[in-house]
Design a binder for this molecule. Structure first.
Ligand SMILES: Nc1ncnc2c1ncn2[C@@H]1O[C@H](COP(=O)(O)OP(=O)(O)OP(=O)(O)O)[C@@H](O)[C@H]1O
Ligand SMILES: [Mg+2]
Length: 458
């Protein structure tokens, strides 16, 4: 028989729930305080816990936190009031499976139970099959076995059960976009995932890009345009490079996120915002808030749920599995049959500090695959002794392209070309942006990503 513990100080509510669960053949125990509940939890390990957010002696999330500290089992459903959003989110972060609002609707509870039990069964099934899965990679899979990455994966699983906004922070190439896509896949795979790079769009176009505009709203608006927030429907809007989001537009975005509705530029119709917002940044937003270049209220609105993706050098244990994964994928993509990676190469890869993170590892391996004709990976260890991310074939002070017969990645060509244009404009960013057709923040980002020579820094 399954055991449930109901923790709430409202006797009429617990009575109803008790009858409901008895009817479903549960063994029911009811408690009115956190302390009693915790003691029972520890002693009896119930299968299911219904936990009120507010209890007379301590709050629900606190009880949950203690239980998690002691690694107590049990699926937890929080019982919450509308004004308790903060505490509820805290509980979800701590590992609660879901929540229900008071007054409790028993039909909703039915659905929720079914969902939780199904998820639990799927998890058990997955655990049983995991060694098989790790050999047959899924597309866009997040690879990693370091503790830090498992935390990230856990956070993804938690946030994917709620519509909360998410802020992802991580250095370039750590996998922010991949994480955003994974959250989306878990949350609303049938709905659109719409990405918008806030740094790549000229400031005055960003507003209409996000919200859309009506015909004639401004000079050049010859047709109605539907904004990305609208295109995303019930899916996900991914605001990439959020640190570059123009200050003037921040209050408008804040209002839209608060009211969950907006107008197209020049329009009167109210359009509701149904999509989840995930923002990503490689900048330290907290210090931007301190220095006044990012609104604090917007920052907190975006950061309902915060995931920091650690740089690769902080999760060295991911390097070998990532290497195996990329070699596997590159074999397929390039029609190679590399099946052996010398141990010494793995050691070298593990000891390098990867300023360009996972993307850089991917680039290094792509180049190694080009060199490898047989079944053994050939890695030129010299590549990893330099200080800048491995992207260019030629050293950074050579401006031209490499030999015609050299196989370069797009990134390598892009880097060389940016360098050439910057040399031509003698480091004048404005002129370089004009020639390259990109915005200044994009140029700045590419320069730091490709670690171009310092004498060309603005
Ligand atoms: N844990 C991982 N497992 C598998 N692939 C990964 C992982 N992390 C990153 N990648 C891959 O590395 C590349 C870079 O990741 P991504 O584009 O998500 O980084 P990012 O943080 O958005 O970088 P940037 O700040 O430069 O935009 C992608 O090809 C992505 O699929
Ligand atoms: Mg990105």
């Amino acid at each position: 028989m399954k055991r449930i513990m109901i923790v709430d100080d409202d006797p009429s509510l617990t009575r109803t729930l008790e009858l409901y669960f008895r009817g479903k053949d549960y063994h029911v125990s009811v408690f009115g305080t956190g302390r009693e509940a915790f003691e029972y939890w520890r002693a009896e390990e119930p299968d299911l816990v219904l936990l009120d957010v507010q209890l007379p002696d301590m709050d629900g999330p606190e009880v949950l936190e203690r239980a998690k500290d002691e690694e107590l089992e049990g699926e937890v459903i929080m019982i919450t009031a509308f004004h308790d959003t903060e505490a509820t989110l805290k509980a979800i972060r701590l590992g609660a499976a879901d929540y229900l609002y008071k007054p409790i609707d028993l039909d909703a509870l039915d659905l929720l139970l079914e969902k939780i039990l199904r998820r639990k069964a799927e998890r058990e099934e997955l655990a049983r099959l995991s060694h098989v899965i790790s050999r047959s990679y899924k597309p866009n899979q997040i690879i990693g076995r370091s503790k830090a990455m498992l935390e990230v994966v856990k956070a993804i699983a938690q946030v994917a059960q709620t519509p909360a906004s998410v802020l992802l922070e991580g250095e370039t190439g750590t996998g922010k976009e991949l994480v955003a896509q994974t959250i989306h896949q878990e949350w609303a795979p049938e709905e659109p995932f719409v990405a918008i790079n806030c740094a790549a769009i000229v400031e005055n176009l960003l507003e209409s890009e996000l919200f859309g505009h009506e015909k004639g709203a401004f000079t050049g608006a010859t047709q109605r345009k539907v904004g990305r927030l609208e295109v995303a429907g019930r899916g996900t809007v991914f605001l990439d490079e959020m640190g570059e989001f123009p200050l003037e537009l921040q209050s408008k975005l804040l209002r839209v996120l608060q009211e969950r509705e907006f107008h197209r530029v020049g329009g009167v119709k109210t359009i509701s915002l149904n999509a989840r917002v995930i923002a990503a940044t490689n900048r330290d937003m907290e210090s931007m808030v301190e220095s006044g270049s990012f609104r604090e209220d917007l920052y907190f609105r975006l950061k309902v749920f915060f995931i920091r993706i650690p740089p690769l050098r902080e999760r060295v244990d991911d390097i070998v599995p990532l290497t195996e994964y990329f070699v596997h994928r590159l074999n397929e993509e390039m029609g190679r049959k590399v099946s052996r990676i010398p141990k010494s190469h793995l050691e070298t890869l593990r000891s390098y500090d990867w300023p360009g993170n996972v993307r850089e590892l991917q680039n290094v391996l792509r180049r190694a695959m080009i060199l490898s004709n047989g079944d053994t990976l050939e890695l030129d260890e010299q590549w990893l002794r330099r200080k800048e991310p491995v992207l260019a074939v030629k050293p950074p002070d050579s401006a031209g392209f490499a030999e015609d017969n050299e196989l370069l990645s797009l990134e390598e060509v892009e880097r060389a070309h940016i360098l050439k244009v910057l040399r031509h404009t003698r480091g004048n960013y404005g002129e370089a942006c004009g020639i390259l057709g990109i915005s200044r923040p994009t140029l700045r980002r590419k320069i730091s990503e490709y670690t171009l020579p310092v004498d060309l820094k603005e």
